[in-house]
Design a protein around this ligand. Structure first.
Ligand code: PHE
Length: 364
């Protein structure tokens, strides 16, 4: 290798080190690397020319070219780290977030009074040893009526303003109804689980009725306790215990003789209340307010559910959830429950986790 070639290598080294230093970003740096060390790069071409040299020439040119290649590679590596650091710094400078800023405001929902009161009732009865049972909202007329000792000609069928499901011509399935009460869950529960049992069954029920205190869909909670020696006295104790926990004050009940086809004897239950200056107060005074129907489960009902009435007996009751929600929280019009008016929901709705029980107390 002669003087001129060695000068050429020095020139190459200076030129490429300068270009590496000048590269403004990683793409520009890669372009410089390719023009020197890529397949068609200048330095790579020189390396290939080694093959055509004499052994003498190769002795000086080989190490000189290798040193050039090493120098350029080292400079590129250093530059790459420098550029990557600079790019990161630039991103950190533009993408920073102020984690001390308050969050964006979020719309907060509320728990509907029906859901709240249903959960309150479940919590209290759970503490009394009752579990929750459920049944379908579309029922056969057998579960809704016949099994509950309401035969086809019975006036109760008409009184309940039943919604019947439409049936196509030639559809031979039994007639279906929107259940008019939660009582069919009594039958379904005993059929599936047998006795003894202590359950409550909350859910929607349907009747063709509409005014300030009636909506075509409303909510009931059914109670059922069957064992060998359960009596009306047990029913009265359970209900007084329940109402006292629910209203947060000791509440007397009054049983009035009544009639339901599925209970014998039957009683309508009133709770003690007072009316002072248009204010209703539960648990004081000498007024009475009707809140539920109840009684001892009729032997025919037990039989329909496959339970032997010679061995087992017990009580059942049915109570309107919406109605006791209106009483407890002073809500005047039932229809507003189902209007989905946001102002109403915000006013009467509840915060999540507002869950009373017998032990936690019920004060808000
Ligand atoms: N199912 C009755 C109604 O809807 C209430 C009831 C339930 C009465 C259980 C007695 C026993 O009016």
């Amino acid at each position: 290798m002669d003087e001129a070639d060695m000068d050429g290598i020095t020139e190459l080294r200076d030129r490429y080190l300068g270009a590496i230093e000048a590269a403004g970003d990683e793409a520009a740096l890669e372009a410089v690397r390719l023009s020197a060390l890529g397949k068609k790069g200048e330095v790579s071409a020189l390396m290939r020319s080694l093959g055509g040299m004499s052994a003498e020439e190769r002795k000086t040119a080989g190490p000189a070219l290798n040193a050039l290649k090493d120098d350029l590679n080292t400079a590129i590596l250093t530059a790459r780290v420098r550029l990557a650091d600079a790019a990161l710094e630039a991103r950190l400078a533009t993408e920073w977030a102020d984690v001390t800023l308050p969050p964006r405001p979020r719309a907060e929902g509320t728990i509907h009074p029906v859901s709240q009161v249903r959960d309150e009732v479940i919590a209290i009865f759970a503490d009394l040893g009752f579990s929750v049972a459920e049944g379908p909202q579309v029922e056969t007329d057998w579960y809704n009526f016949d099994a509950l000792n309401i035969p086809g000609h019975h006036p109760a069928r008409a009184e309940m303003d039943t919604f019947y499901m439409a049936r196509a011509e030639g559809d031979n399935r039994p007639p279906h109804v929107l259940r008019t009460h939660t009582s069919p869950v009594q039958i379904r529960h005993m059929e599936a689980n047998g006795v003894p049992c202590r359950v409550i069954a909350p859910g929607r029920v349907f009747r063709a009725d509409y005014d300030q205190t009636h909506t075509p869909m409303f909510h009931q909670i059914e109670g059922l306790a069957i064992d060998r020696d359960i009596s009306m006295a047990n029913l009265k104790w359970v209900l007084e215990e329940f109402f006292s926990a629910f209203f947060g004050t000791s509440v007397k009940t009054r049983f009035r003789a009544s009639h339901f086809p599925f209970t014998e004897p039957s009683a309508e239950v009133d709770i003690q209340c007072s009316w002072v200056g248009g204010q209703l107060k539960v648990g004081e005074g000498d007024g009475w307010l009707e809140v539920l129907g109840s009684g001892m489960v009729h032997p025919n009902v037990l039989r329909a559910a496959g339970v032997d009435p010679e061995q087992w007996q017990g009580f059942a009751f049915g109570m309107g959830i919406d109605r006791i929600a209106m009483l407890k929280y002073g809500i005047p019009d039932l229809r507003a429950f189902f209007d989905s008016d946001l102002r109403w929901l915000r006013h009467y709705g509840f915060a999540a986790l507002d869950m009373p029980s017998i032990h936690a107390g019920v004060s808000r």
